[in-house]
Design a protein. Structure first.
Length: 424
């Protein structure tokens, strides 16, 4: 049987992180270096990279080719799409989203960063903190990514100058004081040569911290999820209708907050009907407790009516039930957002129609100033909007719970995702 500590480990040993930075800051090279130095590359991949490096006439193994999968990216040497890579060390498993640096791909960065525990912001040691650094840090703050690592790259091109490193730390710290990021670390690196990426480098004796991989392996993410407010959005009802499980009726979903245990009294939202948890089933059998982000099947003592889109909570702290909400929106579509526009909203496991009543203000991402007046939102714009849904939604503020405080907007005619939103 899986013990509590095993379950705790299973939920905590996966770190999702994203990389961001301006074009040519070395994001793809850094991820390639992490994969290469942690032995997460297959031999045929390595041979292909060696061949490609040779064809380009480059002296140093071009590790960015590992992640720049799209041909258009390889030819231009930039990252357009979000590339997800998986690797593991004995201490932890990792999923990394390599997101684009270009201004016109802000929406891709929002997509890649939306589930991240940690963001690595790359800064070119020669250029220091630039507009794109501020833009990506603001998005990381907006998306409530709790941990930020500022990797000051290409230190070999400034002769590993401690003075230059401290200058960039001061620059970034001043800008970050206006953001809400609880944990920021700075690491001087050379992604091309591998200094301070997987192993500590002798070239920076003045730097007292750990290498980047050590930071990724040891950052504590146990408190990143909301373990206070019990939230269980129901994805589907399981009725096997087999002889062995004739009366089985379970509710499948992913815990979005809080801790659930057999014996707990629960409330089904929005009906308000109450019952008690009889059992929790995981992939390996029954569980003693379930917490975010575990996927489980829950069985209840009473035959109450619950279906997809409903939420199982506890009586002492129900979610906010509302049809009117304010949200920060990142607009994805080439077709501009117009006040009064009608869309489908997908929030947890519920889908409803909604109307965008007003754009309150747009954020100038470079200065963080609010732009007010008669506004619409264009592609990659971020702004605060007011919307009304056709049916009440069961939600929390994004600041309190990233799972129940986020949503996407979908064009009901094309089925294209046009925006991602964070409830205020």
């Amino acid at each position: 049987m899986t013990t509590h500590t095993d379950q705790h480990y299973l939920a905590m040993d996966l770190l999702r992180f994203t990389t961001a930075g301006s074009v040519d800051d070395g994001k793809s090279t850094l991820i390639g270096r992490l994969l290469y130095d942690s032995k997460a590359i297959f031999e045929d991949q390595l041979e292909a990279i060696e061949r490609a490096t040779e064809q380009r006439g480059e002296d140093v193994l071009n590790l960015s080719l590992l992640t720049d999968g799209l041909r258009a990216e390889r030819e231009q040497g930039i990252t357009i799409d979000v590339a997800y890579r998986y690797f593991a060390t004995p201490r932890r498993k990792f999923i990394v989203a390599d997101t684009p640096g270009h201004i016109q791909y802000t929406r891709n960065m929002v997509t890649g960063a939306s589930t991240a525990n940690l963001a690595i912001i790359l800064v070119d040691a020669r250029k220091g903190v630039i507009e794109q650094t501020c833009r990506h840090s603001f998005i990381a703050s907006l998306l409530r990514i709790p941990h930020l690592v500022v990797a000051i790259n290409k230190m070999d091109l400034v002769d590993w100058s401690e003075a230059r490193y401290q200058e960039i730390v001061a620059q970034f710290s001043e800008f970050a004081s206006r953001l809400e990021i609880p944990d920021i670390k700075f690491i001087p690196i050379s992604a091309l040569h591998g200094d301070n990426v997987v192993e500590k480098s002798a070239k920076s004796p003045w730097y007292q911290g750990g290498a980047l991989l050590y930071t990724l392996e040891t950052v504590y993410i146990g408190s990143d999820h909301n373990h206070i407010d019990a939230r269980f959005p129901v994805q589907t009802v399981i009725r096997p209708n087999s002889d062995a499980h004739h009366d089985f009726r379970g509710f499948a979903g992913r815990v979005a907050g809080g801790v659930f245990k057999p014996g707990d009294e629960i409330v089904a939202q929005p009906s308000g009907l109450t019952s008690r948890i009889t059992a929790l089933h995981g992939p390996d059998g029954e569980l003693r407790e379930a917490f975010a982000p575990m996927s489980v099947v829950m069985t209840l003592a009473d035959e109450i009516d619950i279906s997809r889109g409903d939420m199982i909570t506890k009586a002492n702290n129900p979610p906010h039930v509302t049809q009117d909400m304010d949200a920060m929106l990142c607009w994805f579509s080439e077709k501009k957002l117009q006040p009064g526009g009608k869309y489908l909203i997908r929030h947890t496991t519920r889908e409803a129609k909604c109307v965008l009543k007003a754009v309150r203000y747009k954020v100038n991402i470079n200065t963080l100033h609010k732009v007010e007046g008669d506004l619409d939102l264009g592609m990659n714009d971020i702004g605060r909007v007011q919307l009304r849904t056709a049916v009440p939604l069961l939600c929390d503020s994004y600041q309190r719970n990233r799972a129940t405080g986020s949503f996407i907007l979908v064009d009901e005619f094309t089925n294209a995702t046009v925006a991602a939103g964070m409830i205020i």
